[in-house]
Write a protein that binds this ligand. Structure first.
Ligand SMILES: *[C@@H]1O[C@H](CO)[C@@H](O)[C@H](O)[C@H]1NC(C)=O
Ligand SMILES: *[C@@H]1O[C@H](CO)[C@@H](O)[C@H](O)[C@H]1NC(C)=O
Length: 328
């Protein structure tokens, strides 16, 4: 089984600045196959929009960073919230450079798991409950090949489509969906010890309002930051040992354990999708960025390439605040 649900049971070797020009993020959300519009209800990560919404950012690698929650600027509400009902099938449309079928979605080296969490909005301690995950689902056939992973062999191969179902009977209210891709191409090293390497996290949050008269409360989940640890076998992991063929050197990591399993929900399936609405290209942040600290992918070898020196500080509200309906 490639994935399981609850209750049922940047460029590899960092080739300089071009490696940071784009990273994968959610461009649109389909509800039962109907596109809700490009960027709508999505707390688009910093690196994709000009200021005031944009700050340069690479994948999040520091597990203690608030950016692990919803990426940089993930505390900032967007004006639109998608209404969904329990049982609705959502499809997140992940892309890299543009919202087209020609887009590569994520660099083909960025093998890793994909995960979806749900939390009341705003999140509180241990409020993120995982509702879908997929990791390594087929091992490599020759020595030191990575095998088939959710990010590259499933989602990228399916034009960026990541499917999840809103849990049956879920109580009405405002929620955040935290969808995530994790690139493990440099995850054989621990970021804390070797900061120019380490697993690369691409979390994205989407604002939804669940309607209806459901009575199911989310069980206790995990916190972001906090859920993932450097000691997790799924965080420091050598993807090139994922092979069923005899290795020439000993390697223990031929299976992959996806980080934190906090619950289980109904199996999700792909549904047919209608046309997209809205723009399909974005201005690369590298064309307008003036201030920020750029992290991982801007290392050249082990030397950080710092674009500038200001950092963004997130500020999360403790209570739900209705978004201000202004155009962005
Ligand atoms: C979601 O997809 C499943 C499987 O195709 C289907 O049975 C279900 O009716 C769908 N839900 C909605 C609300 O369309
Ligand atoms: C979209 O991005 C892909 C690379 O991911 C590129 O090959 C293609 O030309 C781009 N299309 C447009 C319309 O920009």
């Amino acid at each position: 089984m490639r994935s399981r649900g609850l209750f049922s049971a940047c460029a590899v070797a960092v080739s300089g600045i071009e490696a940071v020009t784009a990273h994968t993020f959610i461009w649109g959300v389909f509800v039962n196959g109907v596109d809700q519009g490009t960027y709508r209800a999505i707390r688009t990560p910093a690196y994709n929009n000009p200021p005031p919404r944009g700050y340069a950012n690479s994948p999040v690698k520091d597990l203690d960073s608030i950016d692990m929650r919803c990426n940089v600027l993930g505390d900032k509400q967007v004006p639109y919230t998608i209404k969904v009902a329990p049982g609705d099938n959502l499809t997140f449309d992940w892309h890299h450079n543009n919202r087209t079928d020609a887009d590569d979605v994520i660099a083909d080296s960025h093998h890793g798991p994909a995960l979806v969490y749900l939390s009341p909005d705003p999140p509180t301690d241990n409020s993120f409950v995982k509702i879908w995950e997929e990791g390594l689902y087929e091992q490599g056939t020759t020595p030191f090949t990575p095998g088939k992973w959710a990010t590259t062999a499933d989602i990228a191969a399916n034009h960026g489509h990541m499917n999840v179902r809103i849990p049956a009977g879920l109580k009405a209210g405002h929620y955040l969906i935290r969808a995530e891709m994790i690139g493990l191409h440099e995850a054989d090293a621990n970021y804390q010890k070797v900061p120019f390497r380490g697993a690369q996290f691409y979390p994205n949050c989407v604002q939804i309002e669940v309607v209806g008269d459901g009575a199911v409360e989310l069980p206790e989940g995990v916190s972001f930051p906090g859920a993932y640890k450097y000691s997790d076998p799924g965080v420091v992991y050598d993807i090139y040992c994922s092979t069923k063929t005899t290795l020439t050197t000993p390697c223990a990591t031929t299976t992959y354990q996806i980080p934190v399993w906090s619950g289980a929900w109904a199996e999700t399936t792909a549904v047919p999708l209608g046309p997209i609405s809205g723009v399909s290209t974005a201005t690369l942040w590298s064309s307008w960025i003036v201030k920020s600290v750029v992290t991982s992918a801007t290392y050249v070898g082990n030397v950080p390439h710092v674009v500038a020196t200001s950092t963004y500080e997130a500020s999360w509200s403790a209570h739900y605040v209705a978004p201000t309906a202004v155009a962005v």
